[in-house]
Write a protein that binds this ligand. Structure first.
Ligand code: ADP
Ligand code: MG
Length: 390
């Protein structure tokens, strides 16, 4: 991001003393829909982020300017609920949480911009919340751990924006580390970092640009199906708290007791939770081909057993199968649209981008959006030296 240009926009508008904060979007290497089964996810921060220039203005007024939306809003603690701009809700939601926690903050000025594509499943919303809270922590010397930042940001999105997201996005935006992926245990929020050595390969995201309306209704159905499976398993294993506690052997032992569709859902889930562990092993031993086959295995599970893929995503994954320069591919995110994540050899990336665009356009009448991403670190302050250099 052009930090110095953003800083200039701030100085053109406000007189307060600026500081610069950033927080990244994220990908998820593997571990899809595992969060609400107390399982593991494996996100990484990406080199696309929200950058916020913020300064204490020693008044009771909050002034926000969105460079991308070209819109300014101003409000106070007494009037923030009247602000209608959709983008401002992510920032105000964070302020609202601090108000509820009786944490005192004063007025501030803010100019912000992002290069995370909106609504593509790369969590621009979490990046916006986390950058806001990370900035406010430092501007007003609020005692908040990284974990508290992630949890408060999630609550802001749940309660103020009204989106019932899990903790992965905010956790990844705060805790991400360059060159690493974060294995997050969704049961107790403990985490470990694993090295993601790219060894001449790149992560390429291909955005199908479709979002089927099924996503939210089917999400609720999948949650209910996982609960149904758990209830049956609990008859033999009363101590199970979530599908995370079951093995494939446990599932097989009661196979006849499940509705066939519920058996399939549970099988995917138990295998997917195990695959996160296998992916971490593959990363530890720098085995990218193994990581790639795990991506394909996840896609197969999502397509045939969990059934949350769609023809566009299957097309994009199938397109990679006969290409030896591509180690793996799968749909990423909640399902029924969004991006595929692909592990592509450096010198094949351009070729792949051109050919997949052409093929997708021929099939579906529009070219996909494509993003090359690198891993990046979590929420941070941009210091003066970095501002001068770029
Ligand atoms: P995702 O988190 O997958 O990108 P969401 O729908 O959860 O998609 O969040 C996108 C919303 O977040 C946008 O509609 C907008 O309100 C807000 N947002 C994200 N990035 C920006 C930005 N750079 N400028 C203004 N608003 C943003
Ligand atoms: Mg979001």
């Amino acid at each position: 991001m052009e930090y110095s240009a953003l800083l200039q926009l701030y100085k053109d508008r406000f007189n307060s003393e600026p500081r610069v904060f950033r927080s990244p979007g994220r990908i998820n290497i593997i571990g899809e829909h595992t969060d609400y089964n107390d399982g593991f996810v494996l996100p990484a921060g990406i080199d696309k982020e929200i950058c916020m220039v913020m300064g204490v203005n020693f008044s009771d007024t909050f002034n926000l300017y969105s460079v991308d939306k070209k819109e300014c809003v101003s409000f106070t603690i007494d009037t923030y609920k009247e602000v209608s701009a959709g983008w401002a809700k992510y920032i105000i939601g964070v302020i609202d949480q601090l108000v509820q926690m009786e944490i005192a903050i004063g007025g501030f000025d803010c100019v912000f911009q992002g290069d995370i594509p909106l609504g593509a499943g790369l969590s621009s919303s979490a990046a916006l919340e986390c950058a806001t809270l990370y900035g406010l922590k430092h501007l007003f010397n609020v005692e908040l751990s990284k974990k508290e930042i992630a949890l408060i940001a999630q609550k802001a999105e749940n309660q103020y924006v009204g989106v019932n997201c899990g903790i992965m996005d905010q956790f990844a935006s705060v805790f991400a580390a360059e060159g690493q992926a974060l294995k997050l245990d969704c049961r107790d929020l403990s985490y470990e970092l694993y090295p993601l050595e790219m060894q001449g390969y790149q992560l390429v995201l291909v955005d199908s640009l479709v979002s089927h309306n099924l996503a939210s209704s089917e999400y609720n159905v999948r949650r209910a199906e996982c609960e149904e499976a758990l209830a049956i398993l609990q008859q033999n294993h009363p101590h199970f708290l979530a599908l995370r506690d079951a093995s494939i052997e446990d599932l097989e032992a009661q196979k006849d007791e499940f509705r066939p569709v519920v058996y399939k859902r549970a099988k995917y889930m138990i295998e997917e939770i195990a695959r996160v562990g296998k992916a971490c092993q593959a990363m530890t031993s720098n085995d990218l081909p193994e990581l790639g086959s795990l991506l394909y295995a996840t896609h197969a599970g999502l397509q045939h057993e969990f059934e949350i893929s769609c023809k566009e995503l299957d097309f994009l994954v199938d397109f990679t199968r006969d290409k030896e320069e591509i180690l793996g591919s799968r749909m990423m995110g909640g399902g029924f649209g969004g991006c595929t994540i692909n592990l592509v050899k450096d010198d094949f990336v351009e070729d792949f981008e051109l050919s997949v665009s052409k093929a997708y356009e021929a099939a579906y009448g529009k070219a996909p959006a494509i993003y090359r991403v690198k891993t990046s670190s979590g929420s941070s302050e941009i210091t003066a030296s970095l501002l001068i250099n770029g």
